[in-house]
Write a protein that binds this ligand. Structure first.
Ligand code: UDP
Length: 361
């Protein structure tokens, strides 16, 4: 099949990008990129939603709040074991790519949608670009790590959010494909700041500024064993020091808590929140406790301390800068300082320039 590289004298011709996204954190990052693609005037983007997250609060709410253009197609693939889910996604994405032959495919993060998009594009010899590349936890047994490693090795351009990510890629012989662009989630945090201030959720939940903790838990490694989840919840209650703890419950976690009847006394469970409400709660929390990747950074963006409810993190610079600690660490390791890696709110613009240069090369 012919490869559709843009030729040198058509550098300013429109470049057609297919974005693959299926999960909440991918919609957040895609919102920043979509805005930058539109502003560049050089790109035409088509979004393929795999369907991995499908509830209104986990999907459509983000399209509405963050002005993300509606997906061109939704493959509707969810709630399946890893093999079946990834396989069906590859099949659906491949069909879309064969019909459209875009100039490049963009994948985000570390989900099955990331893996499927990267593999489908690579096998069709369509240049694939991985955003948030180079993240490594050192845990070869968790699905996210497997997805990241494969995506990084088959994608042609690796856009990174941290120096640590660049170093991981260099160790795997991938330095030539890697670029540091900053963190798209910071761009979105800044974009949303006015709407966040107007949220009013703190008043609705009767919370005093600085008088509560915000908790999230959703990773498979924490939901796999009821005893571990019970320990984490007990830890969160103790770390909350008697203040209210607000816990927006991810659907996967909700199903697990119900099935295992884990006691959550003194913790206020709420539905997954929209982006503005969630950020309003981060901004005024005494602390954030989370096993989310993105939320660790967002706590830092709002200058709130974070306790990560995992035994390791890919976002090591948040720990090195004193804003974050693992629940296994008794205290923050250093006085707090800023983290230059995440950039100045223009990561998406940097990414668009890197993509244009990559496709012109
Ligand atoms: N988020 C949200 N509402 C919530 C919980 C999270 O808007 O109730 C946002 C959060 O601000 C971040 C993203 O969802 O931008 C993180 O998603 P998640 O924790 O599911 O994924 P991870 O970052 O671990 O991949």
């Amino acid at each position: 099949m012919a490869r559709r590289w843009p030729c040198k004298d058509s550098r300013m011709a429109t470049l057609r990008i297919t974005t693959i996204a299926g999960a909440r954190p991918q919609f957040v990052k895609a919102a920043a990129m979509s805005r930058a693609f539109a502003a560049s005037g050089q790109f035409e983007e088509r979004l393929v939603h795999t369907g991995q997250h499908y509830d209104y609060q986990m999907s459509e709410a983000f399209f509405r709040e963050l002005d993300l253009p509606a997906p061109a197609v939704n493959l509707g693939i969810a709630n399946l074991p890893h093999g079946a889910m990834t396989g069906r996604m590859i099949e659906g994405i491949e069909a879309d790519l064969m019909a459209r032959r875009p100039d490049a495919v963009l994948v985000y993060g570390d989900t099955n949608s990331t893996l499927a998009g990267a593999l489908a594009a690579a096998k069709l010899a369509i240049p694939a670009i991985h955003v948030e590349a180079g993240m490594r936890s050192g845990r070869a047994d968790v699905p996210e790590e497997i997805n990241r490693i494969v995506a990084d090795h088959v994608c042609g351009l690796l856009l990174c959010s941290s120096e640590a990510a660049l170093q991981h890629l260099a160790k795997e012989g991938l330095a030539a494909k890697a670029r540091l662009i900053g963190d798209l989630m910071y761009d979105v945090t800044l974009f949303a700041s006015g709407r966040v201030e107007a949220s009013g959720i703190r008043a609705r939940l009767r919370l005093a500024a600085g008088g509560y903790s915000l908790l999230t838990l959703h990773r498979a490694e924490n939901l796999g064993a009821p005893a571990r989840l019970a320990r984490l919840v007990a830890y969160a209650r103790e770390a909350g020091q008697g203040q209210p703890i607000i816990f927006p419950v991810h659907p996967r976690t909700g199903a697990f808590l119900k099935a295992e009847s884990i006691a959550l006394d003194e913790i206020t469970l709420v539905e997954p929140l929209g982006y503005f409400d969630f950020h309003a709660l981060i901004a005024d929390a005494a602390q954030v406790m989370t096993d989310s990747g993105g939320v660790q950074k967002e706590a830092y963006f709002h200058a709130r301390p974070c306790i990560t409810l995992r035994d390791e993190t890919e976002w090591t610079e948040t720990i090195d800068a004193g804003w974050n600690r693992l629940w296994t660490q008794p205290a923050y390791s250093t006085p707090r300082r800023s983290i230059p890696d995440y950039g100045n709110g223009h990561a998406a613009r940097e990414a668009v320039s890197a993509i244009a240069a990559f496709l012109a090369a």
